[in-house]
Design a binder for this molecule. Structure first.
Ligand code: ZN
Length: 410
């Protein structure tokens, strides 16, 4: 397993690291931010998401509870009716935040729960009890679904179960077994998913739109575009990696709880919702939550415009069309004071693919065109004009008739 902090970060995958860390922090504070990473095979989306397991925070549960009951608020069939004294006598334990996977070929029983055969056939004290499935066992943690588009196509019933678990906050899961009463449990799980929209059966939004919409953050993964980055990855794969790595992220849920969004930014978010025809309120709620997580990761209590600017592309990528997304991000840029725009651009020199360096007018459109071309998305504006003022060919020396390279930046 690759070390999370040692993974090589580049403009094509930086947004995924940010999204994963926002989601982990929000999960530790009991506020799921569901995340969907889309990208071609080999872009490393599953490697990043699986490696993030190494940096997950720890949580306290009722000792031995397979459903991860919060000692302050037990919810499982065994502990929810207990009085405070009995709970204290059970004691608590600290475990790593759960991180469980559901494969696209999983069975409903293993995902939601089934009858506990070991307890049913126990010769000394047979009892009909439920064995919690993957989702109830991931309560207060993360469920990872690779190839979610295949799951949605081959197991619509599993997609329904995920929809229920991700629905309201908290979600719910229903366990049905012949001969036992139906058990409904509240679950608070954060769902992470990955898919390759170019492979069968195509993009998740075409297979099950409702499920695609339920993700709060969506990241489009890109290939590394610079040879130096690929070289660094090759060195790491060959065991001669010497790059210092990223610092281990700190997930302080108390700091997250103390963050707040100032009124003028909430007004700005409300304005974005109306102006850019964001489909659902869920989108702007996710923006608010993700921006608070972003401030907390940055060690600040008050959300600022830079936080909104960083998370907006993750939140709106699947909620507004591409043209409006560009305008929306441009609108946030306009609100940033000029000095901060430059600071923001410098802080992320090579930013994730959707981190469009703030520029104005035509330059901004040309730059976005380049960015989209890098993501293999058809560009609306392809920069084809030279940056220098055009001169008649007859005035140029022959060696300048054709220039090598395609770097169009000034
Ligand atoms: Zn319990």
């Amino acid at each position: 397993m690759k070390q999370y902090c040692q993974l090589v970060r580049h403009p094509g995958n930086q947004a995924l690291f940010l999204a994963a860390e926002l989601s982990i922090l929000a999960a530790s504070a009991g506020q799921p931010l569901h995340l969907h990473a889309e990208g071609l095979r080999g872009t490393g989306k599953t490697s990043v998401l699986r490696a993030a397991r190494q940096v997950l925070p720890r949580l306290e549960r009722v000792r031995g509870c397979l459903y991860n009951c919060d000692p302050e608020n037990p919810h499982c069939p065994e502990h929810r009716g207990l009085d405070a004294r009995s709970l204290v006598s059970l004691g608590t334990e600290v475990i790593p935040m759960p991180f469980l996977e559901i494969s696209h070929a999983a069975k409903v029983g293993t995902v939601v729960g089934s009858i506990d055969l070991a307890r049913l056939t126990n010769p000394s004290r047979p009892a009909a009890a439920l064995l919690p499935g993957t989702i109830p066992q991931a309560h207060r943690g993360i469920i990872f679904v690779d190839e979610i588009n295949r799951l949605a196509e081959t197991s619509p019933e599993l997609a329904d179960i995920l929809l229920d678990a991700m629905g309201t906050r908290p979600g719910r899961v229903q366990v049905e077994e012949a001969g036992l009463p139906v058990v409904e449990l509240p679950v608070q799980v954060t769902v992470w998913a990955a898919s390759n929209p170019d492979e069968d059966p195509g993009p998740l939004e075409d297979v099950r739109r409702q499920l695609a919409d339920r993700f709060d953050l969506r990241v489009a993964m890109g290939r590394p575009a610079q040879a130096e980055v690929v070289e660094q990855m090759l060195r790491a794969a060959d065991g001669v990696g010497t790059h210092p790595g990223a610092p281990r992220p700190e997930f302080d849920h108390a700091a997250f709880a103390g963050t707040f969004l100032p009124d003028h930014l909430r007004r700005l978010i409300a304005g974005l919702y109306v102006r850019f025809s964001v489909e659902s309120l869920r989108g702007v709620e996710a923006l608010q939550l993700a921006a608070r997580a972003c401030a907390a990761l940055g060690g600040r209590a008050e959300v600022d415009l830079q936080d909104l600017r960083r998370v907006a592309p993750l939140v709106f990528r699947h909620r507004v069309d591409e043209e409006n997304l560009g305008r929306l991000v441009g609108c946030l840029d306009e609100h940033l004071p000029k000095g901060e725009r430059i600071a923001g651009a410098l802080a992320q020199p090579a930013g994730p693919p959707d981190h469009v360096p703030p520029r104005v007018g035509l330059l901004a459109r040309l730059w976005r065109g380049r960015q989209r071309r890098d993501e293999s998305v058809p560009a609306r504006v392809l920069p084809v004009a030279p940056w220098a003022r055009a001169r008649p060919l007859r005035e140029l020396p022959p060696e300048e008739w054709v220039r090598p390279g395609d770097d169009l930046r000034p």
